[in-house]
Design a protein around this ligand. Structure first.
Ligand code: HEM
Length: 208
């Protein structure tokens, strides 16, 4: 894919990634956030965080399917940073709309609801990834250490899925789908690493 098409596609990805927020703002101004606006905003931001995180994790396995998909890697950082952006909006919703910035209310919630702990863990794991998403950090850390650090994205996604399972009261369908997709991505990752190891031991060089 040439540079111009990549730029055009990046504009589309920016617009698509901003759509959930634009819809929430539009529904907020038109007083259409439903009977429980806090829940609507929390669910929309939480769901968008998890979806974007899983989509960003799908890029590496997809591009390994065919060299013609190598250009996909140009979108991994953008999608990862948008996942973090919505994760911050989601956290802000809990800090502000759920807890009213009251430390006592937050501590009480964390103590009572185990899903908040899982959500917190998922978010905290995204912080070093967002902080080291620049080219400067990759150079500073070196490719190998950077890649090792960014495997935490899988752990964050697993915590996000656990957080979601612990929240869900009805409508089981949705968590199953996202859990299965994440399981397939993890499996693809593990199979690839094992193949790499075996081929290295056999002295065969393969593309990373
Ligand atoms: C900072 C930590 C976080 C806190 C305090 C938090 C808190 C919450 C709360 C209070 C809810 C609504 C629960 C309810 O309906 O009763 C929720 C829903 C949700 N959160 Fe989080 N969350 C956090 C981080 C995350 C992260 C990092 C992800 C994704 C990776 C995530 C994904 C979700 C999802 C998918 C839902 C449910 C959406 C639905 O039912 O449609 N959360 N979260």
């Amino acid at each position: 894919m040439n540079k111009r098409s990549i730029v055009a596609l990046k504009v589309v990805v920016w617009l698509v990634c901003f759509t959930p927020l634009a819809l929430l703002v539009y529904r907020g101004f038109s007083n259409d956030l439903g009977p429980d606006p806090t829940a609507t905003v929390t669910h929309a931001t939480g769901f968008t965080t998890l979806r974007l995180l899983v989509i960003s994790l799908a890029i590496t396995p997809l591009r390994r399917l065919s060299p013609r998909l190598a250009w996909l890697v140009r979108f991994r950082r953008l999608l990862g940073l948008f996942a973090f952006f919505y994760g911050c909006l989601h956290l802000l919703t809990w800090l502000w709309l759920y807890s009213g910035f009251s430390v006592a209310a937050m501590a009480d919630d964390i103590g009572k609801r185990r899903y908040v702990m899982a959500g917190m863990a998922a978010w905290l794991l995204l912080v070093p990834l967002a902080a080291t998403s620049t080219n400067w950090s990759i150079r500073k850390l070196g490719g190998k250490r950077w890649q090792a650090l960014h495997r935490l994205a899988y752990v964050s996604a697993i915590c996000g899925v656990i957080h979601y399972w612990w929240i869900v009261k009805s409508g089981v369908r949705t968590p199953i789908t996202i859990t299965l997709v994440l399981a397939v991505l993890l499996l693809a990752r593990i199979v690839w690493s094992v193949r790499q190891k075996v081929s290295r031991q056999a002295g065969v060089v393969t593309a990373s």
